[in-house]
Design a protein around this ligand. Sequence first.
Ligand code: ZN
Ligand code: ZN
Length: 552
Amino acid sequence: MPKPRLKIIPLGGLSEIGKNMMVMEYEDDIIIIDAGLMFPEEGMLGIDLVIPDISYLLEKQEKIKGIVITHGHEDHIGALPYLLPQLNVPVYSTKLTRGLISVKLKERKALAGANLRVVPFGGKITLGKFRVEFFPVCHSIPDAAGLIIHTPVGTVVHSGDFKLDYTPVSGQPTALSRLAQLGGQGVLLLLSDSTYAELPGYTPSERVVGETLDRVMADAPGRVIITTFSSLVSRVQQVIDAAAKHQRRVFIVGRSMSDTARMALELGYLQAPDGILARLDELRGMPHNKIVFVTTGSQGEPTSALVRMANRDHRQVHILRGDTVVISATPIPGNEALINRTLDNLFKQGAQVLYSKVAPVHVHGHASQEELKLLLNLVKPRFFMPIHGEYRHLSLHAKLAQSVGIPKDNTFVLEDGDTLEISPQAGKITDKVASSNVYVDGLSVGDIGGVVIRDRKMLSKDGIVIVVIAINQQTGKVVGRPDIVSRGFVDTRESSDMIEESRDLLARVLDHGGTRPADWGFINTKVRDTLSKFYYEQTRRRPMILPFMVKV
Ligand SMILES: [Zn+2]
Ligand SMILES: [Zn+2]
């Protein structure tokens, strides 16, 4: 009988950026680390969000002891509103992270019944046979944590998302001494953030951005509009600090930015001197060089305040000639097209626009290669598994680990669903569990499958043809020529001859039913086959064909 082993199963976040979720399982105990979402890729038409597939967990529900969240970014908490009602277990996190989780749950009306518990840095919780300790890491959000997980097989260190900023704007620097101490005692496995494993050197400090914002506030002739992620509380703090220094007042615009700022102020993660924050109804008559707006919209989200301002669609604020707009964020992959359109609109309205390609207005929150190596050297794990990143990031990170002396056989590059089993001596990938994308479209979760997306691709590529077929109620026979309506297929005026021809063709094909009542299934198939073939011959396109029956 082999000894029980520790299982590590990523359900999201490996070979992709986003929807991070990691399962750790030992005998009858399971803990889940993070429950994030991913924004859809370009091919996922009409999909709002993507969340991890938890069918593996639903089978073992009684084993799950809790969800441990490293920090409050969407790619770590965003799936909670959808998954928590199904899993119904306590959620452990630091204080600000809990605040952000409750904002998210409230938005989706999933807060009632949620069991959200705060764990301080250095605090330990016992979840079955796992003992989990939170340690501070520096990242682009305050109160971000890494995890030390004591298991019967050995100690596991999970880095969360991290970098090594020695002069962070808010929060604490990464707890290097605690990690070094652990390294001395022996660590079985290190799971470490690979998001920026491609970048050599060190990630610059947040201070760089502070200096740029200071210059912008001093030099801008008119209003300054700064957009960033609502969760980037430290950036909002930098904006407030710079505004205070240059006697500007700060207007926080947009619901998610206001909600987060209010929560961060209440919890003490954001400090604003008296009288610096202003309400939009105080805007009238204020000199332009005394005004700063902070809004969301850095990803070109169509409903965000910045995009509405850029499209002259915002109720209170429009972009004016002389405004300076600062996009203090990097594009999340997949959002580039939306962001570029927003940039163009801002330029058209006469704004001066600063974004990361033209000015140091953002630093990202992840460790570069030298920082990753330092963590490996401090923790000195027996086994190493890169997490959080596309396959190339994970591979490069594994190579870095080997370069600092971790044997190749002890580094494991997994993809979502792969199951790594480790004992104190050895590790092996043994299994693959379900880990596909679960799509969220508006209010519906999970019932959008590949078929729906394929249909949407077809619609977007070749359009749709609707065929209306009249059937006599009494005889059940087809009456007259079918009607054809199309959208996104051909120019109906230019191609009216072809459409007419296809109506004739259909009438002929459907007519030789004789006295037999028409069978709808037969007509449906016949119409699709006939038109697909005919339109393809004529246009080399394959529109979606949708027959409709009207009884007359
Ligand atoms: Zn993060
Ligand atoms: Zn992340």
